[in-house]
Write a protein that binds this ligand. Structure first.
Ligand code: FES
Ligand SMILES: [Fe+2]
Length: 354
């Protein structure tokens, strides 16, 4: 398995979940979600403990789910509250539950050990609640590719000139080196392109016609949330790194959810310090949709090739630093989870004679 389990993953937008039963798959596990009458969202294992019918094929009865096969009924805490045909409820009649939280219209689920779930670890950005910033939800983009391909693409500024030549990149950035750093659970790759013509996006939304300084900061928060901070400012204003708010600044956020080994969903949204109004946001969506469709095409083709027999390992080049660090960090997290049940090493209790 190539999934980090002890993590918050996005299950969808809050508006996706109502009173009806909704099946989702995350890290290869099937869940059923529903909203109780109080509005609380619940996430249960989508598997009846009796004959394993998915509970999502059952029926919502009040705040419970009645299995569609023999009618065993489970409440939002996963406890069985009814077994048709008998009075007692066996202790083993329960389904697992998963912690759920909602933030800024996004539903997060903790897929690991419930006792380790800390809502304070859910991704946040100060600009979500600062005046002058405008949040806009985009789409849920389904990609037939492994999530590591999708996430590494989001810490890879070097692809932009070639994959997105008309929207997010242009030839001015082809040979500009990428800087990489890590800080805690965040891997960053960034570069500035100074004194160059604006890319299509900023011709449209910045109103720039002369040369600009343009930045791209790709921050990948382990395991798979990407924040792309990009913007432009008139070159004559000599903007420093810290002063990016003086320019036209946009955060594109990607919440990358591994569905299984072959399928990933990227819920994306954006935050901007310019062009308020839904019409502008819809136009930005159009540009993002075009760009992300370009990524999807590449990532699905890469994944398809990965499934074929390989005679050689993929080679690495200079621009691969951040993706390489990212894959190693993920491997380390998975390895740590695989051994966490073994606990701390115990001091030897035997008598040593040397
Ligand atoms: S399979 Fe669910 S009650 Fe029998
Ligand atoms: Fe891209």
């Amino acid at each position: 398995m190539s999934f980090v389990r002890n993590a918050w993953y996005v299950a969808g937008w809050s508006k996706d979940f109502g009173t009806s039963l909704r099946a989702v798959e995350i890290t290869g596990q099937n869940l059923v979600l529903f909203r109780e009458t109080t509005g609380t969202l619940r996430a249960l294992e989508d598997r009846c403990p009796h004959r394993l019918l998915p509970l999502s094929k059952g029926k919502r009865i009040g705040d419970t789910i009645q299995c569609g096969y023999h009618g065993m009924t489970f409440d939002g805490t996963g406890q069985c509250v009814r077994v048709p045909g008998q009075q007692n409820t066996p202790q083993s009649a329960y389904v697992e539950t998963f912690p759920v939280e909602e933030r800024h219209g996004v539903v997060w689920i903790w897929m690991g050990t419930p006792a380790l779930a800390d809502p304070d670890d859910i991704f946040d950005l100060p600009q979500f609640s600062q005046p002058g910033w405008h949040l806009h939800h985009g789409d849920a983009l389904h990609i037939r590719s492994h999530y590591l391909n999708v996430a590494e693409n989001l810490v890879d500024p070097a692809h932009v000139s070639f994959v997105h030549p008309t929207t997010l990149g242009n030839a001015a950035s082809e040979n500009v080196p990428v800087h990489v750093s890590t800080s805690g659970a965040v891997i960053s790759a960034w570069r500035w392109i100074r004194d160059a013509p604006p890319i299509g996006f900023f011709q449209k939304f910045g109103g720039f016609d002369g040369n600009v300084d343009r930045w791209h900061y790709y921050d990948l928060h382990l395991p798979s949330t990407a924040v792309i901070d990009f913007g432009s400012i008139d070159t004559a204003l000599a903007c420093s790194e810290e002063d990016r708010n003086r320019g036209v600044r946009v955060f594109a956020l990607h919440f990358v959810t591994p569905v299984n080994e072959h399928h990933t969903i990227d819920h994306w949204m954006h935050l901007r310090n310019t062009e308020p109004g839904e019409e502008a946001a819809a136009q930005m969506d159009g540009m993002f949709r075009q760009a992300f469709a370009e990524d999807k095409e590449i990532l699905e083709a890469v994944h398809a090739n990965e499934q074929r027999p390989q005679r050689r390992r993929p080679i690495r080049i200079a621009i691969d630093k951040a993706p390489t660090v990212y894959r190693k960090r993920i491997r380390d997290l998975i390895a740590a989870e695989a051994t966490e049940d073994l606990g701390e090493a115990v001091a030897p209790s035997f008598i040593q004679h040397d």
